[in-house]
Design a protein around this ligand. Structure first.
Ligand SMILES: *Cc1c(COP(=O)(O)O)cnc(C)c1O
Length: 522
């Protein structure tokens, strides 16, 4: 039986000095930052927050043997207690509206409030996917227009809007490639992926039935073109290349890579998660890409996670377009937006679709936000956003390259993210210790230990929406932490000291997660 304490071991009434504070409090509260136990610990099972009518006891049960033998164990709290519980917890959360979120590769940019306003318009927010198309022409029109701009921005031929995340888009793109190969009776078995790739790339290829092999990188952190060319052959179905790559570098040889892959009969999948750095400046279609997903929740500022689901439309080349999934929208000359589904696909010359990715059309709430972002920025605004993201990252790279080892800084400017390693840290001190210290300084840590090609990697992406003052404060914190990890400051080993919980045993939490709380009846 698990003990009724939460995972950190704190019990109400125990003075909390886990932050090393000389002034522990009996409540565990730190000034007006309130300590909070689990709802199961504070809510008794004999309490109920609402008045329910008395259960009649004189009626025979209609449940037979299915009647409950035990209570549900659900915690009972009054409405104000419930509201306070969740509000207190929410104050311990950290998000993009609170402060800097420098996650490399993930583009955590500000979510403009205009997007939110548009997404809540009833014509977008309250539609149902099974409504007759003539009652949702506005929503379908917005989807169709977003599709148009995604094709325009990437210089591609078509777009599949339905995938619901970047990884889902990767699967969609690779399934298009598989369908195209099957259509010509070509049973290729291998997908090549660079060592620095996001884990979803090899996972996607494996999920679609391919064996994956590494493409080596050169000493500049880019794909080794010669090694790639040597490996290409009749067994290679595709390469998956992230551009800009996860070392924050633009793959300058992209066109040559695409030409070589096409010549060998394969297809080029581009991981477009980092499109934020090049939108309005480079069209992947010009670089010979056959399929690329766009994370609307990165590049086009729609929220990640709790703010709503992701969205990962996939743009396709002319060669792959016939195999794109259903459904999709099609606009006729009279302005009417039609939905192309299995039953009318032949009217639209789209009989080779590999299938579908989702039940319906994708994430309407993300489409309306992304379209708002694109239209409110305009062509010049998108171009400027990309440039500012790159400028901010280079500012961080140059400010910190004297304090931390920056493995690729010598090969020129970075794109939207700056990469550092743990070289020079004192014996026994790690990137994790620095990241925990960063929490004490009020910053969400950067992406750590990724990409794997750099030891103890710290991948920092400031995005274009951070101000110089905010970035300067981050740089100041990083410089100070850099000195402390090099000097071997023992206090860092137990950081964070000021967070609601101190250093947690993350390995234990991952290996032996306690996912449900059990009341201690003893
Ligand atoms: C975020 C990301 C992905 C996966 O996208 P999701 O939307 O999280 O599924 C793939 N590749 C790279 C490089 C990424 O940064």
């Amino acid at each position: 039986m698990n003990k009724p304490i939460n995972q950190s071991g704190w019990k109400p009434g125990t003075p909390v000095a886990s932050d090393g504070s000389e002034h522990p409090t009996v409540t565990g509260n730190k000034a007006l930052m309130l300590e909070e136990a689990l709802i199961f610990e504070i809510g008794g099972t004999d309490t109920c927050g609402v008045d329910l009518p008395e259960t009649p006891t004189d009626l025979p049960s209609r449940l037979g043997d299915f009647g409950r033998k035990q209570g549900t164990g659900l915690p009972g709290l009054s409405e104000p207690e419930t509201v306070r519980h969740y509000t207190r917890l929410s104050r311990q959360n950290y998000g993009i509206d609170l402060g800097f979120f420098p996650l490399g590769s993930c583009t955590m940019k500000h979510n403009p409030r205009l997007n939110e306003k548009v997404a809540r318009m009833p014509g977008f927010a309250d539609v149902h996917p099974m409504q007759p198309t003539d009652t949702v022409q506005g929503a379908l029109g917005a989807m169709n227009e977003l599709a148009h701009w995604l094709i325009e921005l990437t210089g591609m031929h078509s777009v599949a809007m339905s995938p619901k995340a970047g990884a889902h888009g990767e699967l969609c793109g690779i399934l298009c490639i598989r369908a195209a190969l099957e259509a010509r009776g070509d049973a290729r078995k291998v997908v090549l992926v660079p060592e620095s790739a996001h884990g979803t790339n090899p996972a996607t290829a494996a999920f679609a039935g391919y064996a994956t092999e590494d493409i080596p990188a050169n000493k500049d952190g880019r794909v080794d073109l010669e090694a790639l060319k040597e490996r290409l052959g009749p067994d290679v179905a595709a390469v998956m290349i992230t551009n800009p790559n996860t070392c924050g570098l633009f793959e300058r040889d992209m066109k040559a890579i695409s030409d070589a892959v096409h010549e060998a009969g394969g297809f080029v999948y581009c991981d477009g998660a980092n499109f934020n750095a090049i939108m309005g400046r480079v069209k992947p279609g010009d670089l010979g890409v056959d399929a690329m997903h766009i994370n609307l929740h990165k590049t086009f500022s729609t929220p990640h996670g709790g703010g709503g689901p992701g969205s990962g439309p996939v743009v396709l080349s002319e060669a792959l377009s016939p195999f794109g999934p259903l459904p999709f929208t099609a606009r006729t000359d009279d302005g009417y937006i039609h939905l192309v589904e299995e039953e009318n696909a032949d009217e639209y010359d789209h009989t080779s679709a590999f299938g579908r990715m989702t039940a319906f059309h994708g994430q309407m709430g993300m489409f309306s936000r992304a379209l708002t972002y694109i239209l409110s920025h305009g062509a010049d605004g998108l171009r400027t956003a990309a440039g500012d993201a790159v400028l901010n990252a280079n500012y961080i790279l140059r400010q910190l390259e004297g304090d931390f080892d920056a493995p690729f800084a010598a090969s020129g400017p970075c794109m939207h993210e700056a990469l550092f390693s743990d070289e020079g840290f004192a014996e026994g001190f790690s990137t994790l210790d620095l990241a925990k210290g960063l929490i004490d300084e009020g910053f969400h840590p950067m992406t750590m230990y990724f990409p794997l090609v750099v030891h103890g990697a710290m991948l920092i992406e400031p995005t274009e929406t951070e101000s110089k003052a905010g970035i300067d404060q981050f740089i100041m914190a990083m410089k100070s932490l850099g000195e402390r990890v090099k000097a071997g400051d023992e206090a860092l080993k137990s950081a964070p000291h000021h967070a609601p919980r101190a250093r947690l045993d993350e390995a234990q939490a991952a290996r032996k997660p306690i996912l449900s709380w059990m009341r201690d009846e003893g």
